[in-house]
Write a protein that binds this ligand. Structure first.
Ligand SMILES: *Cc1c(COP(=O)(O)O)cnc(C)c1O
Length: 396
């Protein structure tokens, strides 16, 4: 027996649900790429991306996933043999660092563990040791979707500043932009990268990079630059050059619609909505945890991301069974654990185009799964989320 026929809820941490407005905006014939609506759309999207990143400086749009934006960031600033310091906190900074090493830089990663955010004091200590200023760039992820952590970017910046080090700060905001506060200029971030398919509610396939003046200056002497990713080439006046070739016509119209949705709701309200839903999800997990088999991966509640909750499942219960039940019986698709957590965790995404019934629906189905599979769990998980939301989302 199943109860899955109806709209499937996609609750994985990317790609996320694409709003109908975005799908409709893309459903049109191709247009001219040199004149008319499309170049204007590029200009307005580049400008509005600045608002979302919190910068007055340069933004770029790439036809790529997030890994492409990583490569763009690295190749535009670094030279062969440069030293890169990686601050791991899950899976993604490590991967970004591996890419940097393969490109010909020398990388070093600070020690870390799966259940905690990056420690700014450790960053400060490492930078103080680097008296000759070898480290050129620091790589960190704001929200790591594998561990469910949110790193404190302003605290990391402050640690860099007190150490007096000149390294540039690169931040992956792929799973945080449009879901948690990010203020590129105010926080002193030099390069921020993101992707289209998470908080920005677009299909996968576009990525975005924002740069500081310092990063653009470092770009002038970088020798890893390649034609396709090159910032200077993309600053040309020709619309065609901004993409190093044919622009992604349909995705741009979709992006315009997605940015309109974000700006109409108001970026602060979007972030607040994510906060409320994440708080609700965490209340649920906390109630479930009383059964002894379930807990949040990230130990410190202050370090838990508002875009995804990573839940550890113990007691000999395998998360893949639970996910199979949720999808095949109930029509909710959850994320499996990744990186080191493949067999021990599942992930509930709450980012992008998501509202209370979608979250409560997903949480309810997970609780159904616990019942059906005999997974011990504290009672009142979903009720805790309802209480939380009912108290914070008031009638007036
Ligand atoms: C999803 C994700 C990535 C990878 O993005 P792709 O579009 O799959 O290349 C990188 N970093 C973080 C934090 C992510 O969540």
């Amino acid at each position: 027996m199943t109860v899955k026929h109806g709209r499937e809820f996609l609750s994985i941490p990317g790609p996320t649900t694409v709003p109908d407005e975005v799908l409709r905006a893309m459903h049109r014939p191709a247009t001219d790429i040199y004149t008319g609506a499309l170049p204007k759309t590029t200009d307005s999207c580049l400008a509005d991306l600045k608002k979302v990143f919190g910068t007055k400086e340069q933004t770029y749009i790439y036809i790529s996933n997030g890994h492409g934006a990583w490569e763009a960031a690295l190749t535009n600033v670094l030279s062969r043999g440069d030293k890169v310091l990686v601050l791991p906190s899950g899976r993604f900074a490590t991967r970004w660092g591996e890419m940097a090493r393969e490109l010909g830089t020398e990388t070093e990663a600070l020690p870390w563990d799966w259940r905690r955010a990056v420690d700014p004091a450790a960053v400060e200590a490492r930078l103080r040791q680097d008296t000759s200023g070898e480290i050129k760039v620091i790589l960190v992820v704001q929200v790591d979707t594998a561990s469910g952590v949110v790193n404190d970017i302003p605290a990391i910046r402050a640690a860099m500043d007190v150490s007096g080090h000149e390294a540039l700060l690169f931040v992956d905001t792929i799973a945080s932009l449009g879901t948690m506060p990010f203020k590129m200029d105010a926080w002193g971030v030099d390069v921020a990268v993101t992707g289209s398919q998470k908080g920005l509610m677009m299909p996968p396939g576009l990525s975005f990079v924002a740069t500081s003046k310092k990063a653009e200056q470092a770009h002038q002497s970088a020798n890893l630059r390649t034609r396709y990713w090159d910032w200077t080439a993309r600053q040309g006046e020709l619309h065609y050059d901004k993409y190093c070739g044919t622009p992604p016509v349909h995705q741009l119209f979709g992006l315009r619609a997605a940015l309109d949705l974000i700006l109409e709701e108001g970026l602060d309200n979007v972030i607040r909505r994510h906060q409320l839903l994440a708080d609700a999800a965490r209340s649920t997990v906390e109630a479930w945890s009383e059964g002894g088999a379930i807990e949040c991966n990230i130990l410190d509640p202050q370090q838990r991301a508002n875009s995804v909750t990573v839940v550890l499942l113990g007691g000999g219960h395998h998360p893949s069974k639970l996910l199979e039940y949720c999808q095949q019986r109930c029509g909710v698709v959850l994320g499996i654990g990744i990186g080191g957590l493949d067999d021990t965790a599942f992930r509930i995404a709450h980012m992008g185009h998501i509202n209370a019934p979608m979250l409560l629906g997903s949480l309810s189905v997970i609780e159904m799964g616990f019942v059906a599979l005999g997974i011990p769990h504290g009672q009142g998980g979903v009720t805790a989320a309802i209480q939380q939301l009912g108290q914070s989302v008031t009638a007036s």
